[in-house]
Design a protein around this ligand. Structure first.
Ligand SMILES: Nc1ncnc2c1ncn2[C@@H]1O[C@H](COP(=O)(O)OP(=O)(O)OP(=O)(O)O)[C@@H](O)[C@H]1O
Length: 250
């Protein structure tokens, strides 16, 4: 899946939330989105999920089955949990039994007959996660998935992420609680100043102790040549991101 020169703002004269974002997310990628409050993480997730169209630029190669669990599950719907999940299963062409494993894994058995609007915050969050997982997602977008979850569901979530990635799915998680930190190949997408910089955890942590990890800015057009030269000189060098606006790469 690829984002090409993607820009977004909420209104015509509003400031750009994201500007000129280029991003490649190969199958099996697990990425954690970081950035300060208001940086644009949830906006990026909605653009990835396709629930918000970009103002400019393109998203290509989005997998056909997208599971999206928003930060706040919309409970103002006239259904019980089981009626809602059954409908979601039917919409996706699945039988009602597709709900069972998620009821079990997320610990939702006692919630099935509860009206959505009576759910606690954490329980509503579980329903949001379950609906995103009903059909095996080629792209799974989780906005603050650990927020408000009880111990059983928290413990279950990293395994669920691994299963989706192992099946070739892309998983993108916005997570202030660092619930996936420690995963060996965790891509980090840092959102700030309207841009998204990719910092791969394994690159930063695989440096031998005592090794200095340095970041340099070069003209975007020179980035590949500079990287090859550094590699030829024996350095570990990767392009972490390109800032279209400043025409720089780091
Ligand atoms: N529906 C909206 N209409 C107008 N502006 C919005 C809307 N949603 C978000 N914004 C603005 O877009 C910017 C990015 O918001 P976003 O929710 O994507 O940030 P975030 O990084 O997810 O923040 P947080 O960490 O607080 O959840 C903020 O300035 C926010 O005020």
């Amino acid at each position: 899946m690829r984002l090409a020169n993607l820009s977004f703002r909420y209104a015509r004269r509003a400031p750009w939330v994201l500007h000129g974002v280029d991003l490649d997310l190969p199958p099996g990628t697990v990425a954690e989105v970081t950035g300060r409050n208001g940086a644009g993480k949830s906006t990026l997730l909605r653009l990835l999920a396709g629930t918000t169209p970009p103002t400019r630029g393109r998203v290509t190669g989005r997998p056909p089955v997208v599971g999206y669990a928003p930060e706040i599950f919309p409970v103002e719907q006239p259904f019980t949990v089981i009626a809602y999940l059954s409908r979601m299963a039917a919409v996706r062409g699945l039988t009602p039994t597709s709900i069972d494993p998620w009821v079990d894994r997320l610990g939702m058995a006692a919630l099935l007959d509860v009206p959505l609007r009576d759910l606690s915050k954490g329980s509503a969050h579980k329903v949001g996660l379950a609906q995103a997982l009903l059909a095996p997602p080629g792209l799974l977008i989780l906005d603050e998935p650990f927020s408000g979850l009880d111990a059983q569901a928290r413990a279950e979530l990293p395994g669920i992420v691994e299963e989706v990635a192992a099946a070739g799915g892309i998983v993108v998680v916005s997570d202030h609680q660092n619930g996936l930190t420690g995963r060996p190949a965790l891509a980090r997408l840092h959102v700030g100043d309207g841009t998204v910089i990719r910092m791969d955890h394994d690159v930063l942590t695989s440096a031998a102790p005592g090794t200095a990890v340095i970041e340099i800015l070069v003209d975007a057009g020179d980035a590949e040549a500079v990287t090859r030269k550094l590699q030829a000189d024996g350095y570990q060098a990767v392009i972490r991101g390109v800032r279209t606006e400043g025409n720089e790469a780091r």
